[in-house]
Design a protein around this ligand. Structure first.
Ligand SMILES: Cc1cc2nc3c(=O)[nH]c(=O)nc-3n(C[C@H](O)[C@H](O)[C@H](O)COP(=O)(O)OP(=O)(O)OC[C@H]3O[C@@H](n4cnc5c(N)ncnc54)[C@H](O)[C@@H]3O)c2cc1C
Length: 456
């Protein structure tokens, strides 16, 4: 008998699972139906800032696999159709056409929940004014770029609310479009997943670009003109005149459907799964921004909304749904971003996170260059490492620098994943030639210094 897999959510987590399941089974064995409330499937939200900024101009290139391509592969994609309820006893979902409002009851044998996350959008006066943009799905990026073009002859200031990586990437996009840009951040520094000393380097870099950075300040509302368009952001004692606002205030896992169906939600707020991406309900699986993951260093459940995790988790779920046995290995919080020429990276735990997780720590921060000091194009790079004071195991690392800086984090992420000590890391046989690094790569120097660092 043909079994039926229903997928909720047509992007990274959901379609990775659907594609993997499809690849491993014939249509006679398994029918795969994917519900997506939007108009796109398998799109790169990660590419939106570069589409808005103009580095990428063809929006279709941000779509890894269109609905038609999925259908040609044997996946029944239902666009603009929202799943509004799950009944785990009857093993059905209720799907509603967004335009028609018509509802259908859809049976499943296995259910894949990949509903993603919901951007934080505080209930502030004026937040629904025209010109105030959230950026989550591809349509948001298209709207923002169109709005930028529409107000092009009135290139006033743009304000980015939130100094996390999405905020920084959108600030770069607006800066590249010739806007004067202000970033308003409620904490003491941008990129607050970095330690304050590394965050301060990012703050200097932002200000060095001519982008105004206001920290320790909450946005209280938005002034709106008679036409219903934003004309200023009210933040602390400032009223910042602008005609465009981008919100980058973070996200929360979209778990309402799962919670209402009785699927267990974990302590960090995401859907709880095991390493096979199975939820608390047999035959119900979940992946992506909506789930919580095991942090391999802190040993705690965390929700970290990244495409890297969503793709891997979806693949694991798809294999297991079709009788395989794959495991998701957990996360260590590796992330890279950039603002203009400045690159930022982090992995593992920062100082505070390490202390909160119960570690005694030794830290080291070094300054070096991305290439041999004499080689044209060499630029400064700062590397910070956090190690376990008792055995020297690397717990975390952060890097701020220019071209060639950020992806060095992958060496340190690999070391953390494999529980290497800073003594071992300083021995690593890494590649060297003057155009690529000094003879002692900055990550080796940082590990060497940490090995000799006093403990705390
Ligand atoms: C601007 C931006 C830049 C980013 N940059 C990076 C980056 O550089 N690196 C990185 O690793 N990550 C990045 N991310 C994060 C990454 O895009 C997400 O982690 C990833 O898309 C999560 O995939 P997902 O499938 O879990 O959720 P989503 O991509 O959010 O997909 C969930 C889908 O489910 C649909 N849906 C939700 N509920 C329902 C329902 N009830 N019925 C039907 N459909 C439903 C939604 O419409 C959506 O299409 C970025 C995100 C943004 C917004």
């Amino acid at each position: 008998m043909t079994r039926r897999l229903v997928v909720i959510g047509g992007d990274a987590g959901g379609m990775s699972a659907a594609a993997q399941a499809r690849r491993r089974t014939s249509s006679d064995e398994l029918e795969v139906v994917a519900f997506e409330r939007g108009e796109y499937t398998s799109y790169s939200a990660c590419g939106i800032p570069y589409f808005v900024g103009g580095a990428v101009n063809d929006v279709d290139t941000l779509i890894a696999r269109s609905p038609e391509a999925h259908r040609a592969n044997g996946i029944d994609v239902r666009l603009e159709t929202e799943v509004v309820a799950i009944d785990v006893d009857a093993r059905t979902v209720t799907a509603r056409g967004r335009a028609s409002g018509a509802q259908t009851i859809e049976p499943f044998d296995d259910l894949m929940i990949a509903t993603g996350s919901t951007p934080v959008r505080p209930d502030l006066p004026g937040i629904d004014a025209r010109g105030v943009h959230g950026v989550q799905h591809l349509g948001d990026g298209i709207d923002l770029r169109a709005d930028l073009a529409a107000v092009g002859d009135r290139p006033e200031r743009a304000v980015v609310v939130g100094g996390g990586y999405v905020g920084l990437e959108l600030a770069e996009a607006l800066h590249d479009r010739g806007r004067a840009v202000t970033i308003v951040e409620s904490s003491t520094q941008p990129m607050d997943t970095l330690d304050p000393d590394m965050g301060a380097l990012v703050a200097d870099a932002i200000r060095g670009l001519g982008i105004e950075l206001i920290t320790d300040t909450r946005v209280e509302g938005f002034d709106v003109d008679d036409g219903g368009r934003v004309r200023a952001v009210v933040a602390g004692d400032r009223t910042i005149e602008c005609n465009l606002v981008v919100l980058g205030l973070g996200v929360t896992p979209s778990v309402e459907l799962a919670r209402d169906a009785g699927v267990r939600i974990g302590p960090s707020g995401g859907i709880a799964t095991d390493a096979r991406m199975a939820t608390s309900v047999a035959g119900v699986w979940a992946a992506g921004d909506c789930v919580e993951s095991h942090h391999r260093v802190s040993n705690r459940p965390v929700t970290i909304a990244l495409g890297t995790h969503a793709n891997k988790q979806g693949r694991v779920a798809g294999i297991n749904i079709t009788g395989g046995d794959a495991r998701f290995g957990g996360v260590i919080g590796t992330a890279v971003t950039k603002i203009c020429a400045h690159e930022i990276a982090r992995t593992g735990l920062n100082e505070q996170e390490a202390v909160d997780a119960g570690f005694g720590i030794a830290t080291a921060t070094i300054e070096s260059t991305t290439r041999a000091g004499y080689f044209p194009g060499a630029t400064p790079v700062t590397v910070k490492v956090v190690a376990d004071a008792t055995d020297g195991r690397l717990l975390g690392a952060q890097i701020v620098g220019r071209e060639g800086a950020a992806k060095r984090i992958d060496v340190l992420a690999t070391a953390i994943w494999n529980e290497m000590t800073v003594e071992e890391i300083q021995q690593l046989d890494l590649g060297y030639a003057p155009p690529f690094s000094p003879v002692w790569d900055p990550v080796l120097v940082a590990a060497r210094k940490a090995a000799a660092a006093p403990t705390r």
